[in-house]
Design a protein around this ligand. Structure first.
Ligand code: NAP
Ligand code: G4F
Length: 327
């Protein structure tokens, strides 16, 4: 049975990827960092599941990664761990760089030293395009990051390309546009809005405060996107791919979709709070997934409206069940 090592398994993508790879018959080793109060709600169903091992460690510690890869000897490694919340990257730029930038180098060094045959996936981001140089964005579009997070992701991307070219590693970088789900963290705008809409529907609050309503994102569904990651590591050669839907929507349209899914009028419940504006904004992102379609045979299965309706329904269920820890 092939072994796979996933960093970031407690996050949105890591949890879906673990589900997918377990269903494909792989043995999954998921890296979990220590927290004082660890609910790890997205992987609760995986704790003790057959073929799944949750192991303690931290991406910022090369000795830890080296020891774990030596013990586990995986065939595949997915590096999904990151400080992934853009606004926090201005609050803690060094901590962001340590995980989101240098953490990638730790992974590549551990792979190079333990077994350069391990196939590596790096979670790159459309945030690297930032102040976009062309629309839509492709694998060839130049980067112009707009946050310490975006800059850190550029480092992670280029060091992955560099280790592939310098040492012949099978290292592929997925340039993923925003993707969301019922397991999205509550701070990100889609889930913030669907959760608030569910609470408003039940009379638990009346308003939700947001920042820039004009900002546009190419939003896809996370379970579709982890399929693309798996396809990338099963090609003959490692390459970089844009993963996106090719359609974008504004935050205002997101509000319309989320509140509309619960038969609410969004305009009565949104207020603007400058605290949610960013020092430098990425105004619009739109990806062209043509290469992924052609070479991987990948296409998104779930559209924007369907995804937002699923998220709103899941949040309504949580609110009705009094579940407050899935945030
Ligand atoms: P997420 O939900 O924020 O998950 C991030 C994961 O990284 C969590 O499991 C977190 O663990 C872990 N982590 C953070 N610091 C760590 C450390 N020092 N050691 C070990 N693990 C650490 O992010 P996501 O949405 O699943 O995204 C997965 C990856 O794709 C990230 O690299 C993100 O930057 C990138 N990406 C995401 C999107 C998107 O739209 N979702 C788009 C493009 C790229 P805890 O649970 O302990 O916090
Ligand atoms: O949901 P967001 O916080 O996601 P953002 O910044 O686009 O980053 C996400 O996608 C990236 C891929 O492009 C990932 F790499 C990254 O890890 C993360 O998953 O914000 C989306 C947009 C922004 O333009 C923001 O200014 O929504 C706007 N927005 C408006 N009001 C808000 C809010 N964002 C948040 N988080 N909260 C608000 O109240």
């Amino acid at each position: 049975m092939d072994r796979v090592f996933i960093t970031g398994v407690t996050g949105q993508d890591g949890s879906y990827l673990a589900d997918l790879l377990l269903s494909e018959g792989l043995e999954v080793f998921g890296l979990v960092r220590r927290k004082a109060d660890a609910t790890n709600w997205r992987i609760r169903h995986l704790d003790g599941a057959e073929g799944c091992h949750l192991i303690d460690g931290d991406l910022t510690d090369l000795s830890c990664l080296t020891r774990l890869l030596t013990e586990i000897r995986p065939r595949y490694l997915f590096n999904l761990a990151a400080q992934s919340f853009v606004p926090f990257s201005w609050d803690a730029p060094l901590a962001t760089a340590e995980v989101t930038a240098t953490g990638v180098l730790n992974v590549l060094e551990a792979v190079r030293n333990v077994d350069p045959g391990i196939r590596v996936y790096q979670a790159s981001s459309s945030e690297m395009f930032g102040k976009v140089r062309e629309t839509p964005q492709t694998e060839e579009t130049p980067f112009y990051p707009r946050s310490p997070y975006g800059v850190s992701k550029c480092f992670g991307h280029y060091i992955t390309v560099n280790y592939r070219e310098s040492y012949g590693l099978f290292a592929a970088s997925g340039i993923l546009f925003n993707h969301e789900s019922e397991r999205r963290g509550l701070a990100f705008v889609t889930r913030k809005v669907t959760y608030a809409a569910a609470r408003i529907k039940r009379g638990l609050q009346d308003k939700v405060a947001l920042g820039n309503l004009d900002s546009a994102r190419d939003w896809g569904y996370a379970p579709d996107y982890v399929r693309a990651m798996w396809l990338m590591l099963n090609q003959d050669a490692p390459e970089d791919y844009v993963i996106a839907t090719g359609v974008n929507h504004t935050v205002r349209e997101l509000c319309e979709a989320a509140f509309g899914a619960l038969d609410l009028d969004w305009s009565k419940h949104i207020e603007i709070d400058e605290r949610f504006l960013r020092p430098a904004e990425v105004n619009t992102l739109l990806g062209n997934p043509a290469k992924a379609k052609l070479q991987l045979g990948w296409e998104p299965a779930t559209g924007f409206a369907q995804m937002i309706a699923k998220m709103a329904a899941a949040d309504l269920k949580r609110v009705d069940a009094g579940i407050t820890w899935e945030i």
